[in-house]
Write a new protein. Structure first.
Length: 303
C-alpha cells in the first residue's frame, strides 16, 4: 500500500480556492483522506474515491488540479492510479443541437458529447449561468420507471443526483406530470404523483415549478413556455420517462397527429419543442428512462 504525503487538510484547502460548489465525489475524496490520517489501512477507500472522482468528474478534476498547482495529479500518482480514463460515450453527458429547422416538422439535430458526466457538467457550466438554467423532470410517476442501470447507478439514482446538483446550484426545477381525465383520454385517467424517491429531492420554495400536462408534450395544454420565458431560462437538463415519447416530444417537438379521445378524433398541429424555442438541451443516457435501450434518431447518439 502506498504511503501518502498529501493530507486531507492540504487537499481541502488547495482544491477549494475560488470555487463555490463541490461534487459529492470530491467531498468523498476529502473524507477518505481524513480517514487515512487516522488509519493508514483505509488507503483502498482513498483509491476508490479518487478513481470515481477522476472518471466521473473530469472537468472538476482538471480545474481543481490547475488551481492547486498539480496537487490532484500528485495524489493520483501517489496512489499509483496510472492510466485512468475519462467517461465513455455511454457515460458522457451530451448536448442536443438544432442544425436546421423544418416546416411543421421536427428540426434536423445533432449531438455534441461533453466528455464528462452530467453532474460534472452542471457544477462547472451552470455555476456561471445559474439564474438562466433549469432542470426538467418529465413523467417519472411509476416506481417501475428508471430501473435500467448504466455506469453511475440506475437511471432513477442518477436523476436524483441531478436534482441534488440543481439544489446545490439553486436552479429552478420543473416537475412535469401527465394527468388526464377519463373524458379526455379513451384509456382512462392518468394521475400519479412523482415517485417519492425523486420527490424527496425537490426544493420547497418557488424554485419548484409544478406542471400537469394532458398530452405527450410538456408544451401542450400547459404554461411551460410562459414559465421558461418569465424565468429567463436559456439552458436545461432534461430527463424523465419515456425518453422516446414525452421527453422527445418536449425536446424536439410533437409531430402533427389525429389523436383518439373519448369524444372522437382530434386533430393536433405540430408543437415546437425546446430547441426551436431557443433553449439549450443537455442530457445523458443515464438519466433518460425508457422501455427500449435505443434512443430515437433525433438524439443523434448510439448509446
Amino acid at each position: 500500500m502506498p504511503d501518502l504525503t498529501i493530507t486531507a487538510q492540504k487537499f481541502k484547502d488547495d482544491t477549494s480556492r475560488s470555487f463555490h460548489t463541490r461534487s459529492a465525489a470530491l467531498k468523498l475524496v476529502t473524507t477518505t483522506l481524513d480517514g487515512y490520517s487516522r488509519d493508514h489501512r483505509t488507503v483502498p477507500d482513498v483509491i476508490d474515491a479518487v478513481r470515481d472522482w477522476f472518471e466521473n468528474h473530469p472537468r472538476e478534476f482538471a480545474k481543481r488540479d490547475q488551481k492547486s498547482n498539480g496537487l490532484c495529479t500528485a495524489l493520483v500518482n501517489e496512489l499509483g492510479l496510472f492510466g485512468l480514463k475519462s467517461p465513455t460515450l455511454r457515460e458522457s453527458a451530451f448536448e442536443v443541437e438544432m442544425v436546421s429547422a423544418n416546416v411543421d416538422s421536427r428540426p434536423t439535430t445533432a449531438a455534441k458529447y461533453l466528455n464528462c458526466g452530467i453532474v460534472d457538467f452542471m457544477l462547472d457550466e451552470f455555476e456561471r449561468m445559474k439564474s438562466h438554467a433549469a432542470v426538467v423532470l418529465i413523467d417519472m410517476q411509476s416506481t417501475s420507471f428508471g430501473q435500467e442501470r448504466y455506469s453511475g447507478g440506475s437511471v432513477g439514482e442518477q436523476q436524483a443526483a441531478v436534482l441534488d446538483a440543481a439544489n446545490q446550484l439553486k436552479l429552478d426545477i420543473f416537475e412535469v406530470r401527465i394527468v388526464r381525465k377519463p373524458s379526455e383520454f379513451k384509456y382512462g385517467a392518468t394521475d400519479h404523483p412523482t415517485i417519492s424517491s425523486l420527490a424527496s429531492h425537490f426544493p420547497t420554495d418557488e424554485r419548484l415549478v409544478k406542471l400537469d400536462k394532458p398530452y405527450f408534450s410538456s408544451f401542450q395544454g400547459t404554461g411551460f413556455a410562459l414559465e421558461l420565458k418569465n424565468r429567463n431560462i436559456l439552458a436545461t437538463v432534461v430527463m424523465g420517462y419515456d425518453a422516446n415519447t414525452c421527453v422527445a416530444n418536449t425536446i424536439f417537438g410533437k409531430m402533427p397527429e389525429t389523436e383518439a379521445t373519448a369524444k372522437g378524433p382530434k386533430a393536433i398541429p405540430y408543437i415546437p419543442g425546446l430547441l426551436e424555442r431557443g433553449v439549450r438541451v443537455i442530457t445523458a443516457r443515464g438519466i433518460l428512462a425508457s422501455d427500449r435501450i435505443t434512443l430515437t434518431a433525433e438524439y443523434g447518439v448510439r448509446v
